[in-house]
Design a protein around this ligand. Structure first.
Ligand code: 3HC
Ligand code: NAI
Length: 705
């Protein structure tokens, strides 16, 4: 009888009087319909067999259960539902114990919460991260977690989406015991047999009373106020609090259906679509053709050329990943400054109590500063981050070509320069690649991996391996002016300038962009980054600019006054006494007015909706061009670029996903309408036109052939 309830993904075997139920659904034991059916059968078997005294739930492989099968969301639901399975499990007559040795997340933790006892092994990771997907725990998590670990701790766990360790779970009461080892079956059986010997009662979570209800409700009020402030239009966090309120006020039987209804509401929300797209997209970006063709080269040592803003940030990122780094600068004074730039980051952490002096010393032991290129002869990978000047960069690459060992990967962090030209200037173009980090490089997650024409596939694979080691999110990009991100940015920034000159103030534009879900608007970003950087680029490109193209000079007028943003106390905003949040500046508005007058423009009003229609249409149209030219592999690569490098609101999935959700026809219609005013700027991308003609969306291009 021991395999009566076994299915391909849920195995059962009898060990004495204990039914061991193993979930075996690689890679992460997600609770797809087959697992739910298998679990239901196993629970029914235990229920109906007098020989079975207890059930032990374990997961095969690395995970206990990583949650619901995310790929099923948005498709017609298939019975049995998880709440139905858990109802039977919790109310049944046999003792159920969960032994957790890896991720027990979302629905996975909800399974454990419906068990009567919970054991964790040291590698367990527990959490209710549904909020990250625009959802809430929909199989009793909002009702059972507060009963087991207290209202405040449970709500915070759900609102943060954080994973906690076995030790933390024990401390919060989420698990009953932590056992040594890594074999959940062995540790679980020992625990179950101990419980049986002690005649431990069937302890149903639903029967646990929430102690001080008034205090719990007050805690929820406080959490609700804090969440409403920072949720920036997100739907599910407030729903989570509402459900926990029901857990406090109602018996479980009444709380559960309310939770289910709220879960289904979240499931229907476009925020869920956007967030789940982001979840899969950030896992898809590493799937690139070169990784199929070749493995990475050895990568144990690094050199960084230049110790300025980017060189120092990249060095910190590499040191933090445990890699030894040799930094090269021009002279003794510059290398001292480079080292100081690196140390400043760690001193900041020490000041905040997040690092000790010994910790810093241990990290800095991996750092070497030098002014001699010969010192980097043996490194595996070099990242050049010197001035943005093709001749300076070529001179550096000439030195790298001279000293570096054969097979060393030679990377440039250039923002705009032609990497093919850099590669062709040395004897080994196959080893040259772009690694475009974002500032601050030790913090920002995005890494554009720019693939020049002659690079060999194993160099590309090595760059992706570096990203993994540095915990960055890599996106493969082709060579062009600005690659994926900065190229598209230049276009929608231009759209923002046009909107400003036509009538909206920079402050109205920033507000509309924040209202869409960005943390900052484009003019705030300019002030943060320093207006001088864009100004220098505009001057460099002035000679090659199309004389017929519309050019807005407001930013130049602001820069001419030395107003470069936060660092000068003034830019598009005023920053009195070093304030971090700027105030609108009437003098900037006067500059805008003067520019309008000079060009004979009568300002008109823009609603936030119209501002965003134009802003997004410009972004999406250039995104389509970038795709059409093969600069981005898939629409999802553009989405990930903007989610991780440009603050695009995650719940909207990224610009290309957003376009799909709005409908490509609508976007194209907008562009065609705007083109009546300025046909040079608003040229519909041929790819967008083609997709609309064929009735397709961007998502249809997300699967690589
Ligand atoms: N459903 C379907 N597929 C999943 C999945 C899930 N819940 N979780 C992970 N996967 C897939 C990934 O897409 C990836 O697929 P791929 O190899 O084809 O790209 C594969 O499993 C491995 O995932 P990772 O690359 O992320 O592996 P890691 O080892 O780095 O991380 C993990 C493992 C910590 C479990 C991580 O995958 C994770 O956080 N998963 C999501 C957990 C989650 O959000 N659970 C809640 C789901 S919603 C829910 O449960 C609702 C319930 O309340 C009713
Ligand atoms: P920076 O001016 O802060 O630093 C450049 C450093 O390079 C200076 O310390 C300088 O002494 C050093 N240097 C110059 N010539 C050298 C040489 N021949 N050998 C060794 N060192 C030399 O500049 P920043 O901002 O760090 O930019 C560096 C590169 O990174 C540029 O290509 C830039 O376009 C790119 N970049 C900059 C970003 C930013 O936000 N600042 C973002 C992404 C890329």
């Amino acid at each position: 009888m021991n395999s009566e309830a076994s299915t391909p993904v849920v195995h059962t075997r009898l060990d004495g009087s204990v039914l061991v139920v193993t979930i075996d659904n690689p890679p992460v034991n997600a609770l797809g319909v087959a697992v739910r059916s298998g679990l239901l059968q196993a629970v029914e078997l235990a229920h109906n067999s007098p020989d079975i005294q207890a059930v032990l739930l374990v997961g095969k492989g690395k995970a206990f259960i990583a949650g619901a099968d995310i790929r099923e969301f948005g498709k017609p639901p298939m019975p049995p539902s998880l709440p139905q399975v858990l109802e039977l499990m919790e109310t049944g007559s046999k003792l159920v114990v969960a032994a957790i040795h890896g991720p027990a997340l979302g629905g996975g933790l909800e399974v454990a919460l419906a068990a009567h006892y919970r054991l964790a092994l040291p590698a367990a990771k527990l959490g209710l991260p549904e909020v990250n997907l625009g959802l809430l725990p929909g199989a009793g998590g909002t009702q059972r977690a507060p009963r087991v670990m207290g209202v405040k701790a449970a709500t915070e766990l759900m609102l943060s989406g954080k994973h906690i360790s076995a030790a933390e779970a024990l401390e919060s009461g989420l698990v009953d015991r932590v056992a040594e080892g890594s074999d959940p079956e062995q540790a679980g059986l020992a625990y179950v047999n101990e419980l049986l010997a002690a005649k431990a009662p069937i302890r149903r979570t639903r029967d646990i009373a929430i102690a001080d209800k008034a205090a719990a409700l007050a805690e929820l009020d406080a959490l609700q106020a804090a969440t409403a402030k920072k949720a920036r239009g997100l739907f599910s966090p407030l729903k989570i609090i509402e459900c926990v309120r029901h857990a406090v006020e109602l018996p479980l039987e009444e709380g559960l259906p309310r939770e289910r209804a709220a879960f289904l509401e979240c499931l229907e929300s476009p925020q869920r679509t956007g967030l789940i797209h982001a979840f899969f997209a950030e896992r898809e970006v590493v799937k690139i053709p070169e990784a199929k063709a070749a493995g990475p080269r050895a990568l144990n040592t690094l050199a960084v050329i230049g110790g300025g803003t980017m060189g120092a940030g990249i060095t910190v990122a590499a040191l933090d990943a445990g890699l030894p780094v040799i930094m090269i600068e021009r002279d003794a004074e510059s290398i001292a400054r480079g080292r100081a730039n690196v140390e400043k980051v760690y001193d900041g952490l020490i000041a905040k109590g997040r690092l000790t002096a010994e910790g810093k010393a241990a990290i800095m032991a991996r750092y070497t500063g030098s002014t001699r290129y010969d010192d980097i002869a043996a490194v595996d990978l070099v990242i050049e981050a010197v001035f943005e000047d093709i001749d300076v960069k070529k001179a550096v690459f000439k030195e790298l070509d001279r000293v570096c060992k054969p097979g060393a990967v030679l990377a440039t962090n250039t923002s705009y320069l032609d990497i093919n030209a850099i590669a062709d200037s040395i004897s080994r173009p196959q080893d040259v690649i772009g690694l475009h980090f974002f500032s601050p490089a030790n913090i920002m997650k995005l890494l554009e991996i720019v693939v020049p024409a002659k690079v060999s596939p194993d160099v590309v694979a090595t760059a992706f391996d570096l990203a993994r080691k540095l915990k960055k999110v890599p996106v493969r990009a082709g060579v062009c002016d600005g690659f994926i991100g900065n190229r598209i940015l230049a276009v929608y920034k231009q759209a923002a300038d046009y909107i400003m000159e036509d009538g909206a103030s920079p402050y109205e534009i920033d507000e509309a962009v924040r209202g869409f879900g960005y943390p900052m608007g484009p003019f705030q970003v300019t002030d943060l980054a320093g207006g001088d950087i864009g100004w220098a680029t505009r001057k460099r490109k002035a000679a090659t600019r199309d004389p017929n193209a519309r050019y807005v000079e407001v930013a130049d007028r602001v820069c001419e006054r030395g107003w470069f943003g936060q660092k000068t106390g003034r830019g598009f905003y005023l920053y009195p006494q070093g304030a971090r949040v700027g105030q609108p500046d009437p003098e900037v508005l006067a500059i805008v007015d003067a520019e309008r007058a000079r060009k004979g423009i009568t300002p008109r009003t823009f609603t936030p909706e119209e501002i965003m229609r134009r802003y997004m249409a410009a972004m999406i149209n250039e995104g389509a061009n970038v795709l059409n030219e093969g600069i981005a592999l898939r629409p999802l690569d553009i989405d990930v670029t903007f989610l991780y490098g440009y603050g695009f609101p995650r719940h909207r999935g990224g610009p290309m996903k957003y376009a799909d959700m709005v409908g490509l026809e609508t976007i194209l219609n907008d562009i065609t309408t705007f083109a009546q005013e300025d046909p040079l700027f608003w040229k519909p991308s041929p790819l967008l036109v083609k997709l609309v003609q064929e009735g397709k969306n961007f998502d249809s291009l997300n699967t690589l052939a």
